[in-house]
Ligand binder design. Structure first.
Ligand code: KG4
Ligand code: ZN
Length: 342
């Protein structure tokens, strides 16, 4: 089954053709990041306008790269939540038009379910159940993936998402938006252990996360040093910050693995590209006798291939939409689109 997938939830306009949930026939990503960088973050209205301009050429190229026509596609899939509402609506409306014109089924996909599915494209042997850490710019979720369309959220951030914490700390150090990858590269040049960053304490659930205090500690450390005229080693500070964030994430993943008894661990989302996080998870999983799956770097960030992969399993479960499909800025990964409809 060939699915044409569309993703426009944030600042990437993407389209892909994916076969049977596992084989990427084409994947096109048009990134707007250079333009948003001028403003230090994503400007929603600019994002919507660029999606409108780019969506047709991006979809056309995805079909051409896959060597198929719209008639040869079996279904159209689209990210319908969560994300920037104006950005999502561009993809949803375009997908509705295509599906109606070509007489194909329409499959709505939750963006974070897509991030998880990036691993199905890269690892043919991976199947639920598994424990999954989704770390992106907007979310930090620890969950049991019980089935291809079954999720049980067991931990989440109380404040900033992991990617947001990376970006805010990076911004304080003067790196351009989005700073996560810059901070990662600097950290690899530095040595951890020099700066004492706090260990966040989270009341209540010990599987929940909190990153805002860590980000504030970095900002305060930089301010204090500037006032005193002291120099801060940016590579060493990056190394400390990255080690602390990766350590917190890995600790909770391993705690959840112990509690659930799950021996298969999966990471997903933009921050799963982080070298410190990958290294810590690899080491800890090896020690605990767990199997670890992470997406290749090209599939960590936003793309439409991951949406096409998840869409296959949504289709098999019968989760389809019609031309009344809407988009939602927020939606739990546990919920289905049928529950979201008015
Ligand atoms: O999943 P994603 O591409 O978009 C969302 O759905 O949010 O995640 C983007 C986030 C940004 O915060 C970005 O700085 C972060 O992922 N990121 C990284 C790295 N590469 C991307 N954070 C830390 N280290 C990296 N290597
Ligand atoms: Zn994403």
């Amino acid at each position: 089954m060939k699915i044409l997938a569309i993703e426009s939830s944030c600042d990437e306009t993407a389209a892909a053709v994916v076969e049977d949930g596992r084989r990427t026939l084409s994947s096109v990503v048009y990134s707007q990041v250079e333009e948003h960088r001028l403003y230090g973050g994503v400007v929603p209205e600019i994002a919507s306008r660029r999606h409108i301009e780019q969506i047709s050429p991006v979809v056309r190229r995805a079909l051409a790269d896959a060597g198929c026509t719209l008639e040869e596609i079996d279904a159209v899939a689209v990210t319908a939540a969560p994300g920037l509402i104006g950005a999502l609506l561009v993809g949803v409306n375009y997908a509705k038009g295509l599906a109606a014109a070509a007489g194909k089924p329409l499959i709505p996909v939750h963006h974070l379910r897509g991030h998880v599915a990036a691993n199905y494209l890269a690892h043919p042997e991976l199947e639920p159940p598994f424990l999954c850490l989704v770390v992106s710019g907007g979310h930090t979720h620890l969950m049991e993936v019980t089935a291809y369309t079954g999720y049980r959220l067991i931990g989440r951030t109380r404040d900033d998402a992991a990617g947001e914490a990376f970006d805010k700390a990076a911004r304080a150090m003067g790196f351009p938006y989005p700073g996560g990858a810059y901070l990662d590269r600097q950290a690899q040049q530095g040595t951890p252990g020099r700066y004492r960053l706090p260990v966040p304490h989270v009341e209540g659930s010990d599987l929940d996360f909190s990153f805002s205090g860590l980000k504030t500690a970095v900002i305060n450390l930089l301010h204090t040093a500037a006032q005193r005229g002291e120099e801060v080693s940016i590579p060493d500070l990056c190394a400390d910050f990255q080690e602390r964030v990766a350590g917190i994430l890995a600790d909770k993943v391993m705690l959840a693995a112990q509690r659930t008894g799950l021996k298969t661990i999966v990471a997903a989302g933009g921050v799963s590209a982080n070298s410190g996080l990958r290294a810590q998870l690899e080491r800890r999983c090896r020690q605990a006798g767990c199997r670890l799956f992470v997406p290749p770097l090209a599939l960590c960030g936003d793309n439409a291939a991951m949406i096409g992969s998840q869409a296959y399993y949504e289709y098999q479960a019968g989760f389809l939409a019609d031309s009344s499909l809407n988009a939602w800025a927020t939606m739990s990964i546990e919920d289905s689109f049928e529950e979201m409809a008015p």
